[in-house]
Design a binder for this molecule. Structure first.
Ligand code: HEC
Length: 393
């Protein structure tokens, strides 16, 4: 059973990553082409611009042509499968990994008292509600784009704050990522494909073409490219506990969105056109480094700590960790030591001392979902033992 579910989740991740690469790769390439089009040397009215690329030993001469009533290309490739596959595989992964083990992955009693069911409801409302709010805001004719961007940023920060104060840190990061990914996919389905479809229909029928439809689709594509880099960071973040579990993790998450979106802007616009963005991106990077590797706020430096005797440390590990972190785990969910970490012998325990302090004392996200009911006194005892140099006596 375990092997079957591992195969399933490996296969789904594989599909998810490949579809995501294709989706994002296409979209970045089109954005790049659009921002590097030169005026048509022949001055044709239906040609919005031309550019040359080299690949595979040949030149590609690209022309961006506007739609003309009554004229259609013989074959037209639509880009919808990549976004759809990425979203569907991502949503399935969310169910299999997070919702089916909501007790371990969605809730953290040190963060909030939500039940697993309530935590799933929070996650799903973020995914659906994020889109409804974003779309409503950008559809509204009253609010102009600079203000809409500001309101979007404030709302996003609010959602991030709420998520990190309701869900386990890794679930909060992943759900902000899923929310951004859903906005991107929904933009493709609702605002990018249908207007283009209406334009092609008009061209086919020989009717006048409403080019504002294309401008509208392009706005949403542009939003998507700004969300891409932050979303990918958030999808990878569950593998990096020290980052998602840092004390001010909602600030870390927000800064990463600034950083990712800033990098996207610099990549396509170039640093010369965007001094302010370059500065903001660099400042976000510095702040991130400070918050995640700098001194933990409020943690007093250890002075003259007396270590509990090692027999006591070992008894705690056997009681609270061995079910998952042993050569032969007794927890039915694991057939091999969880996360590859074995805590069977004194030497193995000592070798993990720094990571034990990080996960059990600082981040408090081990034992996983505190399934083994570890107490605060036990955490403190392990902390004192590590701070005293992890002695084996
Ligand atoms: C219910 C199962 C379970 C229990 C109980 C458990 N862990 Fe873990 N542990 C995991 C899993 C799964 C991973 C890998 C995923 C991760 O890193 O979050 C892991 C990873 C780790 C890592 C390696 C990751 C890193 O950050 O370097 C350490 C160290 C660790 N656990 C320590 C402990 C300690 C110490 C205890 C007991 C106080 C404990 N764990 C109890 C399931 C468990």
């Amino acid at each position: 059973m375990t092997t079957l579910s591992e195969w399933l989740s490996l296969l789904l991740r594989w599909i998810h990553v490949i579809a995501g690469i294709m989706w994002i790769g296409d979209s970045l390439l089109f954005m790049w082409i659009d921002s590097h089009l030169h005026p048509d040397p022949q001055g044709r009215r239906e040609v919005a611009g031309v550019t040359w690329l080299i690949h595979g030993g040949g030149y590609y001469h690209l022309e961006k042509r506007l739609l003309v009533p009554g004229r259609l290309p013989p074959r037209l490739r639509w880009f919808w499968l990549e976004a759809t596959t990425t979203w569907l595989s991502g949503f399935l992964l969310l169910i299999i990994i997070y919702y089916l083990s909501a007790d371990a992955f969605m809730v953290d009693r040190a963060v909030s008292a939500l039940t697993p069911g309530q935590a799933i409801a929070v996650g799903l409302s973020m995914i659906a509600g994020g889109w409804i709010l974003y779309d409503g805001l950008w559809r509204s004719r009253l609010i102009r784009p600079p203000l809409a961007a500001l309101i979007s940023a404030v709302l996003l920060a609010g959602v991030i704050y709420a998520a990190t104060h309701l869900l386990s840190a890794r679930a909060a990061f992943l759900h902000v990522g899923s929310m951004l990914g859903t906005i991107m996919a929904a933009n493709v389905w609702v605002h990018i494909l249908p207007p283009q479809y209406r334009m092609v229909q008009a061209a086919r029928a020989g009717r006048e073409i409403d080019h504002t439809l294309g401008v509208h689709a392009k706005t949403r594509s542009t939003h998507n490219t700004y969300l891409t880099f932050p979303a990918i960071f958030l999808m990878l973040s569950p593998h990096f506990p020290a980052i998602y579990a840092s004390p001010l993790n909602w600030v870390v998450l927000s800064l990463f969105i600034v950083f990712g979106a800033g990098i996207r802007h610099l990549m396509l616009v170039g640093p010369r056109g965007a001094r302010g963005t370059a500065l903001a991106t660099a400042a976000a990077a510095l702040a991130l480094v400070y918050l995640t590797v700098g001194p933990a706020p409020g943690a007093p430096p250890p002075t003259n700590v007396t270590a509990p005797p090692f027999v006591e440390v070992r008894a705690i590990i056997v009681r609270r960790c061995a079910a998952c972190h042993s050569e032969t785990p007794t927890d039915p969910d694991f057939r091999a030591p969880a996360g590859g970490v074995r805590l069977d012998t004194p030497a193995q325990i000592r070798a993990q001392a720094a990571r034990i302090r990080a996960r059990v004392v600082d981040q408090r996200n081990m034992p996983l979902g505190n399934e083994t009911g570890m107490t605060d006194e036990e955490r403190a005892a392990l902390g004192r033992w590590v701070d005293a140099g992890a002695p084996l006596k």
